[in-house]
Write a protein that binds this ligand. Structure first.
Ligand code: ADP
Ligand code: MG
Length: 339
């Protein structure tokens, strides 16, 4: 008798889902990114009990038509990628077509959606990649996803989740990152029936820094910007009188996607080396816009690291952006003696 067996479908689904959906904040990240990809101008997130019991995301994006909704929750279904070459020019957040499948394999999902031209909306219930029921309903254009009872069918996974407070903090970090990175879009965040923030699409970046990170940040950061033919850098960096004891407030966005890149971190921190105390870290919210073909998109969906194909070019642009501002704000007034 063979000791090697093919795993049953439900086990395969749960293992695959677990790679993408680790905790409630992963659901939030995937669903908000989908709303952004659907061209939403306004996104509302509501969570209860750290997102373990209830997560709702409502957007005013393009919605699903009936045929798309029928297959959207299957694994590897996407509207964003046609073939492997597309991966190297991708500008949307998603492209693997796995998020909805994964979420529906480990929770109970309700979806309400309507496209611009549809006569009515659709309400559907989804479990294990299958739409169980679809009914016509009246609703505005856009999509609402309600995710209940995360990991109800994987008790071990559920028991590994942290307290409601800690899980809610992970979610707050995610929505803060996404809201900071997407000016021009309204974000509303409701936690346990309390509105945490309500960001207007008309806000500029500094106003969003004020709302999301606090007054101390907004008051102590200075604008940077630099533009050349194929790269642009903009954002805010902290003054030399404002620093933190960790790197939690270093936000880097490449083509509007929140990413980590150690070379950039090092480059920026180097600028502060002699002007802030040792073991302290600058704060920054920096946007780099670059032709997508000049970055190496990491095709693993949960990883945030990216590589620049020509780092020196990025380094030069960032160098100039920061130096221009520093030369202005750090310039020591000249003392003229006896002229
Ligand atoms: P991916 O984002 O990688 O394409 P997902 O499983 O996250 O895969 O979503 C599958 C498809 O469902 C998307 O490609 C998109 O066409 C559609 N979709 C998902 N979320 C929304 C939304 N909020 N509004 C409209 N369409 C959506
Ligand atoms: Mg997606």
């Amino acid at each position: 008798m063979s000791k090697i067996k093919i795993l049953d479908r439900s086990t395969i689904q749960k293992i695959a889902a677990g790679e993408i959906i680790e905790r409630p904040s992963s659901v939030v990240k995937e669903l908000i990114e989908n709303s952004l990809d659907a061209n939403a101008a306004s996104i509302t997130l509501e969570i209860r009990n750290g997102g373990k019991d209830y997560i709702r995301i409502t957007d005013d994006g393009h919605g699903f038509n009936e045929d798309d909704l029928k297959i959207a929750f299957k694994r590897h279904t996407t509207s964003k990628l046609n073939n492997i070459d597309d991966i190297y020019k991708i500008i949307s957040f998603g492209f693997r077509g796995e998020a909805l499948a994964s979420i529906s394999s480990v929770s109970r999902v309700e979806v309400l959606t309507k496209t611009e031209n549809a006569l009515h909306g659709i309400r559907g219930y989804v479990e294990n990649e299958e739409i169980l029921e679809m009914m016509p309903i009246g609703c505005p254009k856009g999509t609402t996803m309600i995710v209940k009872d995360l990991f109800y069918n994987i008790p071990v996974r559920k028991s590994f989740l942290k307290s409601n407070t800690i899980e809610a903090n992970y979610i707050s970090d995610i929505i803060c990152r996404l809201a900071l990175g997407n000016e021009g879009i309204s974000f509303k965040y409701i936690k346990d029936n309390k509105v945490i923030f309500n960001i207007s699409k008309d806000n500029d970046l500094l106003t969003n820094i004020y709302i999301l990170l606090g007054r101390e940040f907004a008051d102590n950061m200075v604008a940077i910007s630099f533009e050349s033919s194929n790269i642009s850098v903009r954002g805010y960096v902290s003054k030399n009188t404002f620093y933190r004891s960790n790197r939690n407030h270093q936000y880097l966005y490449v083509n509007n996607r929140y990413v980590k890149n150690y070379d950039i971190t090092k480059l920026i921190e180097e600028k502060y080396k002699s002007i802030i105390p040792i073991n302290k870290f600058p704060v920054y919210v920096v946007f780099i816009d670059i032709n997508p073909s000049l970055i190496d998109v990491n095709i693993h969906p949960t990883k945030q690291e990216i590589k620049f194909l020509n780092f020196q070019q990025v380094a030069n642009a960032l160098d100039k952006a920061i130096d221009q501002t520093f030369n202005r704000i750090l310039s020591i007034p000249e003392i003229s003696i006896g002229k």
